[in-house]
Design a protein around this ligand. Structure first.
Ligand code: UD1
Length: 333
């Protein structure tokens, strides 16, 4: 059985669908601080299987011990954590405490129970901004905000853990920009309040919920002057976890993998693709750069292709189609 912490969240829920389709028995642990139990019902609806789910905070050692004693967990995918970059700058102590404490608690209980297969949900944000593109896994590391540092610190903790005991098999998955939704439209991303990230913001402009998009920067050294990112369909990302789980079953140590498409898309290209997929206009204004943003970021995906036998299948049009499908269902409630 695979324990998925934060399994009711955006990437976690889609990964549960992919795991279940691949034949894994899934157990979700989530405190629903930024998600809801309805998401778990959505996973069951898609998979046609009932999903085990425990409401628990991963920082709660007693709750984790109980969970490991009740269920036959033999591997863990750790998604649970705070993830808003801006909020992490305002509340660094909360971010460090929650993200690092949950990883330490989880690994402590896993160690005690002899469960040493772990996939950690990391981010491309662990790479320094001054690396040449595309980024491979050996690019220089360094962050600009507490959220990113918490990911990088946990990567280091996991490397030290694996050095102390060769029984550990750990994959660090560094995500680029996950967007889109399951093609059924039953689950997707649902940020509360005004979204900070481009894709959910664009969805809400297309639906009419928000009046217009502010394009942050039109003077970057890119073909159309707007920022370029490596957007990846969340179901491709989910499949990457399934492959990584297979990989670590016959591997010991720690290995980092980029999960991206290897292709860059600009803000304006994404806007046009979304307009085409939705048949709705996405009004925008060109605005100043957002502090902390870089011009271009995309992955070298060679390592994941070679070692995980994984490659993203979906293009930007499909990401927009599935994201829009979800947005329409979300609005209908
Ligand atoms: C951000 C985080 C990153 C995190 C990722 C999760 C920052 C600096 N980085 O990445 O750590 O892992 O989200 O997906 O916050 N844009 C607009 N208008 C908007 C919003 C965004 O023009 O209203 C532009 C940005 O300037 C950027 C692109 O869209 O060029 C993508 O932005 P976003 O979706 O926020 O992702 P990142 O900044 O790449």
């Amino acid at each position: 059985m695979i324990l998925v912490t934060g399994g009711a969240g955006f990437i976690g829920s889609h990964t549960c669908v992919a795991l279940s389709a691949a034949g894994y028995d899934v157990l979700i642990a989530d405190n629903f601080s930024n998600s809801s139990p309805e998401r778990v019902d959505g996973i069951s609806e898609i998979t046609g299987k009932s999903i085990h789910c425990v409401r628990a905070d991963v920082c709660d050692r007693g709750a984790m011990e109980e969970l490991f004693s009740r269920y036959p967990v033999d591997g863990v995918i750790h998604f649970a954590g705070f993830k808003a970059v801006g909020e992490s700058v305002a509340k660094p102590l909360e971010y460090y405490r929650n993200n690092i404490d949950s990883a330490l608690t989880l690994c402590g209980v896993m160690s005690e129970r002899g469960v040493r297969k772990l996939i950690f949900s990391s981010s491309a944000t662990v790479y320094r901004a001054d690396n040449p593109m595309p980024l491979d896994e050996n690019a220089l590391l360094g962050c600009t905000n507490p959220y990113g540092w918490s990911k990088l610190m946990i990567e280091q903790i996991l490397r030290d853990l694996a050095l102390s005991d060769p029984g550990w098999s750990i994959a660090l998955l560094r995500y680029f920009n996950p967007i889109g939704a399951h093609e059924s439209g039953i689950i997707g991303e649902d940020p509360s309040g005004i979204p900070n990230n481009l894709f959910p913001f664009v969805s809400r402009v297309a639906s009419g919920e928000i009046r217009k998009l502010h394009v942050f920067g039109s003077d970057y050294p890119t073909p159309d002057g707007t920022g370029v990112r490596d957007y990846i369909h969340v179901m491709d990302l989910a499949e990457g976890h399934v492959r990584a789980l297979g990989y670590i079953s016959s591997f010991s140590g720690v290995e980092a993998f980029n999960l991206g498409t290897g292709k860059g898309t600009s803000v304006l290209e994404l806007v046009r693709a979304f307009e085409k997929a939705s048949g709705r206009p996405v009004p925008y204004v060109l605005d100043d750069r957002r502090p902390g943003d870089i011009a271009v970021c995309y992955a070298n995906t060679g390592k994941a292709e070679e070692k995980l036998q994984w490659k993203a299948r979906y293009g930007i049009g499909e990401m927009c189609r599935d994201g829009w499908n979800w947005e329409m269902r979300r609005r209908k409630g």
